[in-house]
Ligand binder design. Structure first.
Ligand SMILES: *Cc1c(COP(=O)(O)O)cnc(C)c1O
Length: 360
């Protein structure tokens, strides 16, 4: 049916969700396409939500998520007025873009990066200024700085970057901030910060304490394993947070998600053990792939990126036929989530049958 609508919507690509695990017979199939945590929910988190929310979901949640906000504020030594929740950090980023950018305004971000950025920016009516990554997949900091002009309303930095898994140094981030006018905001998207072992990187909250135009977005989806519950948070100056509240989806964060987030923060040690195991697994897998001759940037998130170029679709099909769903970007490369050990071993096994030189 034809209907009147905003023409700009027709320019938005559909978000392509990581494919579910294949259904090949006679093998165990794995999904390593969405950067999810392969560990099942922690029993203590399951218990907290079963005890506390399952009998009350006829009621709306606390819209501000007061208890969760206070817990986050305490955890990071910021004020509760400097914290906002979102239906995943995807919604936090959406709140921010809707707050600062509309018709005629520009949002600068690296590309390739998080698929949601162009969708969010275009929906807001603003213009995306995509700065191609350097050949190793890292942000082109000079390119980002050179793109700043009087129409710039927001600069997004993704540390580590999805899908290339590269990290930003403290110098990179501070260079961008020094070049940004004081009344223009810089978003540090730190969805994977818990996996970031890069030595010279910097924690976004430290940067926020130094530069008031910084907004930090984080999520419980990845390291904390709450992807299906949808909760993330933003940390920023209280005036920015107040503005973001106006653009937030009312009641977008469920009580179950709020309680699960608190229970997860209370189970930090247990969750951190899992994060450390995933980091060790990442290092093990990458070392073996480097030994096979594959060349790719050292990853700092729970995934790694190999540029297969024009053979990307062919390789995706190889992985699919062997029971692995991976995230492929045609003609560019494949992002592999560090998943179950068996899944990671299968990637290594499959790639051992190819010659990396054939992809250069
Ligand atoms: C996964 C991800 C997010 C947030 O995901 P939510 O599930 O919405 O919290 C944000 N940024 C990047 C780069 C991501 O990969």
């Amino acid at each position: 049916m034809q209907f009147k609508h905003r023409a700009v919507i027709d320019t938005i690509p559909n978000y392509k969700q990581g494919k579910p695990a294949p259904t090949s017979a006679n093998i165990v199939n794995y999904k390593i396409s969405s950067n999810e945590n392969p560990y099942p929910p922690l029993p203590s988190v399951v218990k907290a939500i079963s005890d506390k929310c399952l009998a009350t979901f006829n009621r709306y949640p606390d819209m501000r998520g007061t208890a969760t906000v206070e817990r986050i504020a305490q955890e990071f030594q910021v004020q509760p007025e400097e914290v906002i929740l979102g239906c995943g950090s995807t919604e936090v980023i959406t709140q921010l873009v809707n707050l600062v950018a509309g018709e005629g305004d520009e949002v600068i971000y690296p590309w390739r990066s998080f698929e949601a950025y162009p969708i969010i920016v275009t929906n807001a009516g603003a213009t995306s200024v995509q700065i191609p990554n350097l050949p190793d997949g890292s942000h082109d900091i000079d390119g980002i700085i050179n793109a700043i002009n009087e129409r710039t309303r927001l600069i997004i930095l993704n540390n580590p970057n999805n899908p290339t898994s590269t990290a930003l140094s403290k110098t990179d981030i501070e260079r961008v901030l020094s070049a940004t006018p004081k009344d223009v905001l810089v978003l540090l998207d730190e969805a994977y910060i818990q996996f970031n072992t890069c030595e010279n990187t910097v924690d976004g909250i430290e940067v926020f304490h130094k530069f008031k135009n910084v907004v930090v977005a984080r999520t419980f989806s990845k390291a904390y394993g709450l992807a299906g519950l949808r909760i993330g948070y933003g940390i920023a100056d209280a005036n920015i947070i107040e503005g973001m509240r106006k653009t937030a989806i009312p009641f977008g964060v469920t009580d179950i998600a709020q309680k699960a987030a608190i229970a997860s923060m209370n189970a930090y040690d247990e969750l951190d053990d899992r994060v450390q195991l995933l980091i060790q697994e990442r290092e093990r897998v990458c070392e073996l792939l480097y030994k096979q001759g594959w060349k790719f940037a050292k990853p700092y998130a729970n995934f790694y990126w190999i540029a297969f170029g024009e053979r990307t679709d062919e390789m995706q099909e190889v992985f699919r036929s062997k029971g692995l769903s991976v995230r492929a970007f045609s003609n560019e490369g494949i992002r592999f989530t560090v998943g179950e050990k068996e899944a990671n071993d299968r990637v290594i096994q499959i790639l051992s049958e190819y010659n990396p030189a054939d992809f250069e």
